[in-house]
Design a protein around this ligand. Structure first.
Ligand code: GLP
Length: 259
């Protein structure tokens, strides 16, 4: 079972996860971070900034989960731009060591394999940050994605395009296709940290954590991972059946275990 940590608000979640990531980077200056986009991980990146002051981050490597296919990488909402703006620049990472899947249509059939090879080359991902979509997707692995899937092109669901339309002028501007790490790719990371905030995520979180293991709810794949941490606020935790136990377990957790 994943470890569920119910926190007061997203700021508290950001601080908890940033403490852990900062410790990881201090211990291993070549740490490989799996980066997520969306609004959910932003409090983590914000809290990381002061914690990494004075820490050598020049060799930290990063791999984003996903990218839109056919979007101009310079578009402000390409995930390349988002990762540069929200993570690489504020944290002072070396942009050459932080990759996003290549969404250029030319040669797209090979970009998934190339991305897998790059992750392998880096020695695998130490800690993968994850958000979750309202339909339970992680990365852009929409319902029905195989638990064994690797980085590949997917078609976005209407719901995801609607959810993400807020970042574009209209839903018609949201790309139809994406290239995303697969569930199999994500499951190879050494530690998964899934975050979710707000009522709108409560059903997806409950399904991912307590529901059956099913490709219909891709986030449930985290149940297959030996080290998965789920950090949620009260609202996102509101449909969890065993919330009282998760609080009890976390409150009584030996300090040395961290998250
Ligand atoms: C997008 C991203 C996901 C993210 C999801 C939720 O679809 N590809 O990685 O988890 O949105 O976004 P938000 O965190 O803004 O709710």
């Amino acid at each position: 079972m994943a470890e569920i940590v119910i926190v007061r608000d997203k700021e508290a979640a950001g601080e908890l996860v940033a403490d852990h990531i900062a410790a990881l980077v201090r211990e291993n200056p070549e740490a490989v971070l799996g980066l997520a986009t969306g609004s959910t991980p932003l409090p983590v990146y914000e809290a990381l900034r002061p914690r990494l002051q004075g820490v050598d981050v020049s060799r930290v490597r990063g791999f984003a989960l996903d990218e839109y296919v056919g979007i101009d990488p310079a578009h402000p909402e390409s995930y390349r731009s988002v990762i540069t703006r929200e993570v690489v620049e504020p944290l002072g990472l070396n942009p050459e060591l932080v990759r996003t899947p290549d969404g250029t249509p030319e040669g797209i059939e090979y970009h998934g394999e190339e991305y897998e090879a790059a992750i392998l080359d880096a020695g695998g991902i130490d800690l993968q940050i994850l958000g979750i979509g309202t339909d339970g997707h992680i990365g852009f692995n929409e319902p029905g994605s195989s638990f064994a899937s690797q980085t590949r092109v997917k078609t976005l669901t209407e719901q995801t395009r609607r959810d993400n339309a807020r970042f574009f002028d209209s839903i018609d501007d949201v790309p139809m296709h994406c290239i995303t790490q697969g569930l199999g790719t994500i499951l190879r990371a050494r530690h998964l940290v899934l975050l979710a905030f707000g009522e709108g995520k409560a059903a997806a979180v409950a399904g991912a954590v307590e529901g059956p293991l099913t490709a219909s709810l891709p986030g449930s794949a985290i149940q297959l991972h030996a080290r998965a941490t789920v950090v949620v606020d009260e609202a996102a935790a509101s449909q969890l059946q065993r919330a009282a136990y998760y609080r009890y377990a976390f409150d009584n957790k030996p300090d040395w275990q961290g998250i």
